[in-house]
Design a protein around this ligand. Structure first.
Ligand code: MN
Ligand code: MN
Length: 456
């Protein structure tokens, strides 16, 4: 008989030993991914490399597609869309879309970063995404990104990852002298213009004024051929110089920088690449710029994604509007996990519980669901039936108490094209901090959900 009451149980309670081993093994692959994809550019490189190994080829607009084709669109090395054309009639069946984002909050360098004050050389920064600034001080940071020399030579850098590399640093005040700082709110205690990266302290013997910053330029020129003007066009980010680590004696959890949203990007990649037998046409979108509103040419609001659906429709001589109307999407983004230390911001019955499965957000938004996608009951029921059939463990999730806050994802930018869309993702503790935490069981259940969606 069907249970009258609904309750959630930890996957670690119900999983047998073989299942637990799968969960743990899957997390090892993920840890490897997240350590090598600390920026959207590095994520694109990883994804393209894996896709090419599985026979995916670059897509050229205007190309006529046929069933079985596997293509990727590398959008300016900042976002990438993988797609596989299925055997089903795309005009009737539509396309299945899993859309995650591969950018994460971090500290970007300004375009004129280098300056010196009182014998210390610094890089000026402008933070990217919603961070609690105080969390990024007194913490080792690595420098990742690209820089062009005047002659067009492109240099890719990742300094601070190898144990022999130096790291970079944003200072905070010692408690002994923090009496005044302690009276400020957390939001005000560290100001944006004080997030200055320590990059040098040794003066050059060749220069009198600004001898320390000059010495930094000498090192950069020697090692990379860089001149100061090259920073004008560079894209450099300071990210936590930490590796993914198991958390807790039982190793149930993984701590890392940038789970949001690479913990959803990774299972959408593996679910696509490991399930080749599907009849459906499947898209895996890895978007950039979600953390700053999905704007820009590599963000989800760029029409490249819809252009690709149009290209698929055109290849088969079917109406693109009809394809879209038959399509469905999982907006793959993290949700918040219930944290007993901060219980008052959650309404526990509707919050994701760690290790109880992938979290589905019917809506996100704030103050009366404002700005939210709010998926329909019919689509949710369709997914519920699919997940039940495939044994996917999932739970409903809400981004905190009513009026406590809220957030956005790429969901609404896909739904606006007449495509059923709902948010689903891994619940996260300490989201947007330099070291976020997730459950291995939830990661695995999200991969199961994507695999079911792609095949189903
Ligand atoms: Mn996100
Ligand atoms: Mn985020």
């Amino acid at each position: 008989m069907k249970e009258l009451s609904y309750k959630r149980t930890s996957i670690f309670k119900t999983a047998d030993e073989a299942e637990k081993q799968k969960i743990f093994a899957y997390a090892e692959g993920y840890k490897n991914f997240i350590d090598s994809a600390k920026t959207e550019r590095e994520a694109v490189s990883y994804i393209v490399r894996e896709a090419e190994a599985k026979g995916y080829l670059p897509f050229a607009f205007g190309e006529k597609l046929k069933a079985g084709d596997k293509r990727y669109l590398n959008n300016r090395n900042k976002s990438v869309i993988l797609f596989r054309v299925g055997s089903a009639d795309v005009g009737e069946d539509g396309v299945r879309i899993v859309a995650s984002h591969i950018d994460a909050p971090r500290i970007d360098l300004k375009q004129n970063p280098l300056y010196e004050k009182d014998g210390i050389a610094f890089f000026k920064t402008h933070y990217y995404g919603g961070i609690k600034k105080y969390q990024w001080t007194a913490f080792p940071l690595a420098l990742h990104g690209v820089i062009f020399l005047a002659d067009g030579t492109k240099k890719e850098v990742a300094i601070g990852e190898d144990p022999s590399d130096p790291v970079f640093y944003i200072s905070d005040l010692l408690p002994h002298l923090s009496a005044k700082q302690n009276t400020k709110t957390l939001a005000e205690a560290i100001e944006g213009e004080t997030l200055n990266l320590w990059v040098g302290q040794m003066p050059s013997k060749d220069e009198e004024d600004n001898a320390v910053s000059y010495a930094v330029l000498q090192i950069l020129n020697e090692k990379y051929g860089i001149c100061e003007e090259d920073f004008l066009c560079a894209e450099l980010s300071a990210v936590p110089a930490v590796k993914a680590r198991d958390v807790g004696f039982d190793r149930a959890l993984v701590g890392a920088y940038g789970h949001d949203d690479r913990v959803c990007a990774y299972p959408s990649l593996t679910a696509l690449l490991d399930n080749e037998d599907g009849v459906h046409t499947v898209f895996a979108v890895f978007a950039d710029k979600e953390e700053i509103g999905s704007e820009g040419v590599s963000g989800m609001q760029c029409e490249a994604f819809i252009d690709l659906i149009n290209e698929v429709a055109a290849s088969f001589g079917v109406s693109a509007a009809k394809v879209r109307s038959r399509s469905k999407c999982l907006s793959a983004d993290v949700t918040v996990a219930y944290d007993p230390n901060f219980a008052d911001v959650y309404e526990k019955n509707n919050a994701s519980l760690l290790s109880c499965g992938a979290g589905v957000n019917k809506y996100t938004g704030a103050r009366g669901k404002s700005g939210s996608n709010d998926a329909g009951a019919e689509y949710l029921q369709e997914l519920r039936a699919l997940f039940a059939k495939e044994g996917v463990v999932w739970q409903m999730s809400e981004l905190g108490k009513v009026d406590a806050g809220g957030g956005g994802t790429v969901a609404k930018f896909i739904a606006k094209y007449n495509i059923d869309t709902v948010d689903i993702g891994v619940p996260v503790i300490s989201m947007h901090s330099p070291f976020e935490v997730i459950s291995k069981a939830d990661l695995y259940s999200l991969e199961r959900a994507f695999a079911a969606f792609i095949k189903g």
